[in-house]
Design a binder for this molecule. Structure first.
Ligand SMILES: [Fe+2]
Length: 253
């Protein structure tokens, strides 16, 4: 398995606290069957900046440590980038980097809204040949209360990544139900861990795929796993045009 969203790097955001925890997390990833992880520390979220060159340097250092510990895990650089008005300038300055060497870029909205400038930002990224991947849309309250707003962004060329722990129920039954419904209705293109530590928020990717397998089917799991592989190879991820149908007895917030 490939995990495209994690906070595995030590001591640079609210993820792994130090190298020991990074090593513990890496071992846990391998035990689950994950062979490749993209490290996506927070960028511009109001607390952490983590410019691209520092992330790339640290990934190289951590890979050496993992190799010394004989942990068969390949790690690549990336960022989880909070939308902001300087986004395109930061991209030009290479403070913002894509996921590994791809044309995919992981974008995070504030928890409660989709910023007004999002469509324009996504258009500018698309003009440059970049595909924004929206991190955990199921945890954004504007999307959660009206998932058709995510459909609109997907129609503009964005993709969406659901977090394994949302599928597994860590964020409560509402987000769990919403996540599965989004998967069923083709609003999701990637499942990844957003792992932050080796205790409460580790990977949970195998459990999430197992849940998707039993609730939707093995083709859906294969689709997500293939998309992560395509991303690493910088190939085009096929996305159906979704249409959100409100499930009966729908309730959220
Ligand atoms: Fe994250």
């Amino acid at each position: 398995m490939i995990d495209i969203h994690s906070h595995l790097l030590p001591g640079i955001d609210d993820g792994a606290s130090d190298m020991d925890e990074t090593v513990r997390m890496a071992k846990m990833a391998v035990e689950e069957g994950i062979h490749t992880v993209i490290c996506t520390p927070h960028h511009a979220n109001g607390q952490f900046m983590n410019p691209g060159d520092g992330v790339i340097r640290l990934v190289n250092e951590v890979q050496i440590v993992l190799n010394e510990h004989d942990i068969p895990l390949t790690i690549y650089p990336g960022q989880e980038i909070r939308t902001n008005l300087e986004f395109m300038d930061s991209f030009s300055a290479k403070d913002i980097i894509p996921l590994y060497a791809s044309n995919y870029i992981l974008v995070e909205f504030p928890a409660r809204e989709i910023p007004k400038y999002t469509e324009e930002l996504f258009h500018e990224l698309r003009v440059l040949g970049m595909t924004p991947i929206i991190a955990h849309p199921e945890r954004n309250s504007e999307i959660a209360s009206d998932p058709s707003k995510l459909v609109r962004l997907i129609q503009l060329g964005a993709l969406a990544q659901v977090t394994s722990h949302s599928i597994n129920g860590m964020f409560g039954p509402k987000i769990q139900k919403l996540s599965i419904n989004m998967c069923k209705q083709q609003l999701v293109h990637f499942v990844s861990s957003d792992a932050h530590n080796s205790t409460r928020r580790a990977f949970g990717l195998r459990a999430a795929y197992s849940s998707i397998n039993s609730q939707i089917g093995k083709q859906q799991v294969a689709y997500y796993q293939m998309n992560a592989e395509k991303l690493v190879r910088n190939e085009i991820v096929e996305a159906a045009v979704p249409a959100w149908k409100q499930p009966k007895k729908w309730w959220f917030f």
